[in-house]
Ligand binder design. Structure first.
Ligand code: LMR
Length: 351
């Protein structure tokens, strides 16, 4: 009998315990769904946007524009924290930081992405871009969609392309007008086989280095020259440690804007839509602003600096083109002629 009573008491104890446990869990769930503080915690999202250039550049200002638009459109639910000048990650490791979710967004220049998207070698071909209207058509129209779809990395989603400008050549040694003028000099280059090959054809040496190390390397004489857009030459004061600048427009520098895929997938759909809207408006703004900024900053360099500025004659440009022709064959063998033709004559270009 005593055994029977203790069995009943034990069972009652277990059942009561189970009942209180269930009650408590239900109460917690109910509390959470009406908890204002929890609600607002869940709604504040931060995008860390890392980049390597100064703020007074097409990329610097475009990231700022994007941040403002995102905050405005999401009514402050999404904040964009901007880390410029490579303060968080430099060109060598910003892509890896994006893959690992250490930052949510970056806008890397094409040469730094060739390991990820080998077909983008075509974008580094000298003189493949000749007109602003061609650049805009490639990076906004059907071709831009095709280029973005070439990003096969499961950790990264391509959102858009932003522009900087045409690249120019600078040197501390002499004017760079004829192909022979480059011979024996050492130039800083961004990574990527096409740019390295371009300088090899010019019989020059190359040194791959991070953008934020270039000023120091030029100043100390470790390198003689470099190629970049006017806005990068201006904002990093590279013209102050160079004697000659050739407006050669021989290459184009633009950016792929990318977001961490997992971060994107976990965003609520209406936030994704607002970010996409902000990105489209920002890209349109960037397309108007980039060319204008480079033109204004060239005038500023002319006005304030003793650097000698040269332009290529048609004859000189033809010599450069002839020299670089083998690069077209090399890229055609690797990526096919269709993509090259599509970039040279984009279907959506207004002519
Ligand atoms: C460079 O390394 O010179 C550029 O890619 C920097 C940039 O992001 O514009």
């Amino acid at each position: 009998m005593a055994k029977y009573i203790s069995f009943c008491l034990f069972t009652l104890l277990i059942l009561t315990g189970y009942y209180f446990y269930q009650y408590n869990e239900a109460a917690k769930t109910q509390l959470l769904s009406y908890d204002d503080e929890q609600e607002s915690l869940g709604s504040s999202i931060t995008i860390r946007f890392s980049h390597v250039v100064a703020e007074n550049t097409p990329k610097g200002l475009t990231v700022r524009k994007f941040a403002d638009l995102v905050e405005e459109k999401t009514k402050g639910q999404v904040k964009v924290e901007i880390y410029p000048n490579g303060i968080l990650y430099s060109d060598g490791n910003e892509y890896e930081a994006l893959q690992n979710g250490k930052v949510e967004m970056i806008a890397a220049s094409f040469p730094k992405l060739i390991d990820t998207v080998p077909q983008w070698k075509v974008l580094d071909l000298p003189f493949i871009f000749k007109r602003e209207s061609q650049v805009e058509a490639v990076f906004t129209g059907q071709t831009s969609k095709e280029l973005l779809s070439m990003i096969q990395d499961p950790h990264v989603k391509g959102l858009s392309f932003w522009l900087n400008g045409f690249k120019q050549m600078t040197s501390s040694q002499n004017a760079l007008l004829e192909p022979d003028d480059f011979q024996g000099q050492t130039f800083r280059v961004m990574p990527g086989p096409i740019i390295a090959e371009q300088f090899r054809l010019l019989k020059a040496n190359t040194a791959v280095m991070s953008f934020n190390d270039v000023y120091q390397a030029l100043e100390s004489g470790q390198i003689d020259g470099q190629e970049n857009t006017i806005s990068n030459i201006y904002s990093k004061r590279l013209y102050k440690v160079q004697n000659h600048l050739t407006v050669s427009n021989h290459g184009y520098l633009g950016y792929a804007v990318m977001i961490n895929q997992k971060f994107w997938d976990e965003l609520p759909q209406e936030i994704q839509e607002k970010i996409t809207e902000a990105m489209n408006e920002t890209t349109e703004w960037n397309m108007k602003k980039a060319g204008q900024m480079n033109a204004e900053q060239l005038e500023e360099i002319k006005r304030t600096s003793p650097i000698t500025i040269h332009s290529l004659t048609v004859e000189q440009q033809k010599k450069w083109l002839r020299l670089f022709r083998p690069l077209y064959q090399q890229v055609e063998n690797e990526v096919g002629s269709d993509l090259i033709k599509q970039i040279q004559f984009p279907p959506d270009e207004e002519r």
